[in-house]
Every structure is written in C-alpha cells, then in structure tokens.
Design a protein. Structure first.
Length: 205
C-alpha cells in the first residue's frame, strides 16, 4: 500500500461538523523523494525506497552519498521502503500529502515511547498481592507465584513478568484523516499515534 514517511509534530484538537471537539495528531508527511525502485528481477521483490528530511553531505557516508546521487536527490535523514507505487512514479520523483484525502482512513507506524524496566503492575496490569495486612510488608506490587514446581521444573516462555516496556514498533490502524494542509505538508489524523514528538512515522493508505 502507498505510504509516506514523516514526523510526529504533536497533538491538537479540531471541531467536526456537529460542533464536537476531536483530538488529533499533527504529522508532517513528506515531501519524500524516491531514492530507489526495487524490482523482482533485480532485488527479488517489488518496493519503492523513499527518503525524508534534509541532511548535509558532510554528515553522510560516501556510500550513501553515491546512492543519493544516483537518484539525483539531496541526502536524506531517514529511508524506508513502501509498496504500491511501483507503476506510478520514477526515480527522483517527490511524493507529498496530496496522495491523502480528507475523510479517508490510514494506518500509522511508529516506535512507541520507551518506559524502561517496569514491574508487572504497570507493564501487564496485575493487581498486586492484595491487602497490606496479614504479614505483607513490601510486596504490594509483587507478581506472586509463577506456577513452576518440580514439574515442569522451568518457567514457560512468554510468561508475563517484569521487563522492558515500550520502545517497540507499533501500528495504529484505521485513523481518519481530518484535514490535509498541502502548503505545509501536514495532515491531521484523528486520535493518537505511537511515538514521542519529533519521532519518525510511516503513514500508509
């Protein structure tokens, strides 16, 4: 499916036709330059590589500088591969927010905020061990028994325990495009999208 690479600017709210306020996320989507077109004959699969964000040649490796010169575009900060464009565009073309229409639904892919090492109450919604009486001292948010005994003599994989939370690739599905601001390359999508302010996101049709 066609998509655009962009940055999450932040959140705001707009009024709909019924006068109700709707929270939405502002995304700077593109313009993205086509830096490579992959085909089944040469690469084994079909995709389009697009780049977003300007970068000085001084801070770009020699290999990547040659890669960008081949497509006759300036060095880019971020590159991703999308599909759905193969028969519509050529090397060096620019893709912008005009591919989106107000009212349609999109998917947004991003990296969720990292929350570090968290316990089971915050990470999985455990209720803790219950009341603070009956000998409980500092185990209010403890996971409790994990079920292992002489059989199976091990802990099953995937058991809900404390650990790293967040900082994962997340896709938010079916977000409505409330507004498209073409002159500033901005789109407003209903609701929230994964990631912190300034993080890269992919908006897919």
């Amino acid at each position: 499916m066609p998509g655009l690479l962009g940055k999450k600017i932040g959140m705001t709210s707009v009024y709909n036709e019924d006068g109700k306020i709707q929270p939405c996320t502002i995304i700077e989507a593109g313009p993205c330059a086509v830096t490579q077109i992959k085909t089944a004959e040469t690469d084994g699969y079909e995709a389009v590589q697009i780049g977003f964000g300007e970068r000085s040649e001084k801070h770009t490796s020699g290999a990547m500088t040659g890669h960008f010169k081949k497509s006759k575009v300036s060095p880019k900060q971020k590159l991703v591969e999308v599909d759905g464009f193969e028969n519509e565009i050529s090397l060096g073309d620019l893709v912008d927010v005009t591919i989106f229409e107000e009212g349609e639904y999109v998917d947004v892919v991003g990296t969720s905020k990292g929350k570090g090492f968290q316990g089971v109450v915050k990470r999985h919604g455990f209720g803790g061990v219950g009341q603070s009486t009956h000998g409980q001292h500092n185990r209010m948010r403890a996971p409790g028994s994990i079920g292992a005994a002489s059989y199976p003599s091990r802990v099953f994989k995937g058991l809900k325990m404390a650990g790293q939370m967040g900082n994962k690739r997340v896709k938010a599905l079916n977000l409505q495009v409330l507004k498209v601001v073409q002159d500033k390359n901005l789109i407003l999508v209903k609701g929230s999208v994964p990631g912190a302010k300034g993080s890269y996101v992919i908006v897919e049709k």
